[in-house]
Design a protein around this ligand. Structure first.
Ligand code: ADP
Length: 461
């Protein structure tokens, strides 16, 4: 604190000394000394004031750092106290600025990491700030677009209407104008003094899932409608007492039985899929003798083919596999039955178990009708068929490959499809090395065998 009394004592002392000199010596000497001391004090004050003024002119409050403190002038007496106080004030100001900018930096880092886009709009809906997710969602560039009216940059009519309507209780769903495939949910949240937060979320995945769910329900209903119509129609006919035609009855019953079986298969496959999809349903792992499993699938393939195809089984590895035998039987069985169903009479089919690049490889190769490249990526979608009528005629449910994909995923295995129209297909499942059990003590090692012949089908180019 400025010591007023100390300063006043100094002046009082000066007056006393002058008075004593006046009395003791003479008035001229006393006044001369008094004036001389006053002049010295005035020069000192003027000099310090000028130094402070110069310092203020150079002072930039936006770039304060420790070096700013060293530029503050120093002095003695009352000015010394003022400069020390100024130094303390600048130091405190610098520290609080540091704390604030660190907090701001942390806040910016947190908002930058958010998957939601955040835009701060002022009273007139001009952009004040936005995070990187908002830049990506709405194709903004903060450096260029700050201060721009948001409707100049997000031009969709629905958004302009939403903004002007003033009812922000529900979010607005729009398609991103630049990337058509991105679907965004936009929600305005008013806050503070007529300012608004615009929050954007990328909901493309949820929307796609919703579309898939709708398609799935439509497909299931469609699949079940035909069998139900046939069964219902024939039941009505059979109930009609006028008709006593036993041939007709036989035909109707056969058709009804066929369609009932198809519905059963559909329901079974749907249940299998929902079991596989259920995250709670953990994989029951056991040591599977793949050779044994393939022998039984080979026999099933032969009975399904009814000697219309030439089928071979090639076991080129005696490694067992860690996994669920029921799930793998269902997945591999689907691939084998597809090969039989989509290969015309006289065609070649092979079931193979081998090891390549340290991985277990199961593959089914056929010389069947093949699949065009445009279909390959969609084959594992539920109810996706290249040829709908052929699938139905041969008793397909359209869910087989979806089951194979899920089972592979649960075993960390990778599915690969190579196919060419009119030449045939290869469906491969690559099992990771960690799932292979080699030469395990006590396990029955099977002869590396080939049934009925080891004839190789020429590879699909
Ligand atoms: P589906 O019960 O109709 O066979 P899948 O999911 O098993 O259903 O197969 C999907 C589609 O993939 C089939 O409808 C068929 O068009 C095609 N497909 C599957 N396997 C083969 C194959 N080995 N050869 C040719 N096309 C195949």
């Amino acid at each position: 604190m400025f010591d007023l009394w100390q300063r006043l004592t100094g002046i009082f002392l000066l007056i006393v000394v002058t008075a004593v000199l006046w009395v003791a010596v003479d008035a001229v000497t006393a006044l001369l000394l008094f004036s001389f001391i006053l002049l010295g004090i005035t020069i000192h004050h003027t000099y310090c004031l000028a130094s402070l003024d110069r310092w203020f002119q150079r002072f930039d409050h936006t770039s304060i750092d420790p070096s700013t403190i060293s530029t503050i002038p120093s002095s003695f007496g009352p000015w010394g106290d003022v400069f020390i106080r100024l130094t303390r004030f600048i130091r405190r100001y610098y520290r609080s600025r540091q704390t604030l900018s660190k907090a701001l930096e942390r806040l910016q880092r947190a908002t930058s990491a958010m998957p939601e886009g955040i835009i701060i709009l002022d009273e007139a809906n001009r952009i004040e700030w936005c995070n990187p997710s908002a830049e990506q969602h709405l194709s903004l560039d903060l450096k260029l677009d700050v201060g721009q009216h948001v409707t100049h940059l997000v031009r969709q009519v629905q958004f302009v209407t939403y903004l002007t309507a003033g009812d922000y209780s529900k979010p607005l769903v729009i398609k991103q104008s630049r990337y058509e495939e991105m679907i965004l949910s936009l929600q305005l949240v008013p806050y503070g003094d007529k300012e608004k937060l615009l929050i954007s979320r990328d909901i493309t995945r949820f929307e796609k899932m919703e579309i898939m769910r709708r398609d799935f329900i439509a497909n299931v209903s469609h699949e079940l409608r035909t069998p139900l119509t046939i069964i219902g129609g024939f039941l009505e006919t059979l109930l009609d007492e006028e008709i006593k035609d036993s041939e007709m009855e036989k035909r109707a019953l056969t058709l009804m039985a066929d369609q009932a079986k198809r519905m059963q298969r559909l329901v079974e496959d749907l249940l299998t899929l929902s079991r596989l999809e259920n995250a709670q349903n953990i994989l029951h792992e056991e040591d599977i003798d793949i050779a044994e499993l393939l022998h039984s699938l080979f026999q099933e393939a032969q009975s399904l083919s009814a000697e219309h195809h030439h089928i071979t089984l090639n076991i080129l590895s005696d490694a067992h596999l860690l996994g669920s035998v029921d799930e793998l039987r269902s997945a591999l069985g689907n691939l084998v039955s597809n090969a039989v169903r989509y290969t015309p009479e006289g065609g070649e089919i092979s079931l193979n178990w081998t090891e390549e690049q340290d991985q277990g490889l199961f593959y089914v190769q056929d010389s069947g009708i093949g699949i065009g490249p445009e279909h390959i990526l969609r084959l594992t979608e539920r109810f996706y068929r290249v040829d709908r009528s052929r699938s139905r005629e041969t008793g397909g449910t359209g869910l087989g490959l979806a089951i194979v994909k899920h089972v592979s995923g649960r075993h960390q295995a990778r599915m690969e499809i190579v196919s060419e129209i009119e030449k045939g297909s290869i469906f491969k499942i690559w099992f990771p090395a960690k799932r292979l059990v080699k030469n395990k003590a006590g396990s029955t090692a099977h002869d590396i065998s080939s049934i009925p012949s080891n004839k190789t089908i020429p590879p699909i180019p």
